[in-house]
Design a protein around this ligand. Structure first.
Ligand code: UTP
Length: 227
């Protein structure tokens, strides 16, 4: 199977530098999966992205595109860290657009990348990469169980949703513009690609690697299926 996996930056890079224990564990899981499947991994910018964007704003940067570019740069930096951990198993470069991902995927190695272009998040990059390479499934890995009707970190009464249509999910996120460094459960740009292509997409807690493998292998897993 061809699988695209988004690794939430908040998990991989919870402080201003990557959590190397997580990177090592993830790298082991990805190597295991890559013996059976073709893997594309999209890494988020995490705290590093937020810090770079905040610092630039505070020093007077007003260009939205430039602020987004800092997030893209942070995500690419995190991607390089994972590439290093994967060693020989990883494609050595960080693709910057759909054609780049397509070419890199032809190597048969694990392809790791960060951002593409201003105005979206790496969720969208995962879907755009999946579309470009004809992937069978996209796994959006985050730091909560899946999709909730409200942000579970802000509201303890938030209800977990195990199955949601792309149209319902779009309703849930559409009001939230993709501002530089913004946080939404799934980026609306990504949901629109799901709606257009019908690529099977799921949201899981990426900290639980066994759950990730179960989801990919078609076994029971905890998370949200986007239909
Ligand atoms: P992400 O928001 O994707 O990082 O990118 P993240 O840390 O993984 O987010 P979580 O943890 O999954 O929620 C960081 C910022 O980089 C810019 C956006 O401003 C985004 O908020 N970005 C990223 C782009 O403009 N284009 C891209 O293709 C990717």
């Amino acid at each position: 199977m061809k699988i695209a996996i988004k690794i939430g930056g908040s998990v991989l890079c919870p402080t201003e530098s990557p959590d190397m224990d997580f990177v090592d564990a993830l790298s082991g899981t990805l190597k295991g999966l890559s013996s059976e499947h073709r893997i594309i991994v999209v890494v988020g910018g995490g705290r590093l992205a937020r810090k770079m964007i905040k610092d630039a704003r505070e020093s007077g940067e007003e260009s939205t595109d430039k602020l987004h570019m800092l997030g893209i740069e942070a995500a690419r930096k995190n991607a390089s860290v994972l590439i290093k951990a994967l060693g020989e198993d990883a494609y050595p470069g960080v693709p910057k657009n759909e054609d780049g991902v397509k070419n890199a995927a032809e190597s048969g190695k694990i392809v790791v990348l960060g951002g593409f272009r201003p105005g979206q998040t790496t969720d969208a990059v995962a879907l755009q990469s999946a579309e470009a390479t004809g992937s069978d499934i996209v796994v959006i890995g985050t730091d909560v169980k899946g999709v909730y009707d409200r942000d579970p970190k802000k509201d303890k009464n938030a209800k977990f949703i195990s199955v949601i249509s792309s149209t319902e999910l779009l309703d849930l996120v559409e009001t939230e513009l993709v501002e530089p460094g913004a946080k939404t459960v799934v980026d609306p740009v990504a949901v629109k690609v799901i709606e257009k292509t019908g690529i099977k997409s799921i949201v899981v807690d990426i900290r639980n690697m066994e759950n990730l493998v179960n989801a990919v292998e078609g076994r029971d897993f905890e998370g949200t299926v986007i239909e």
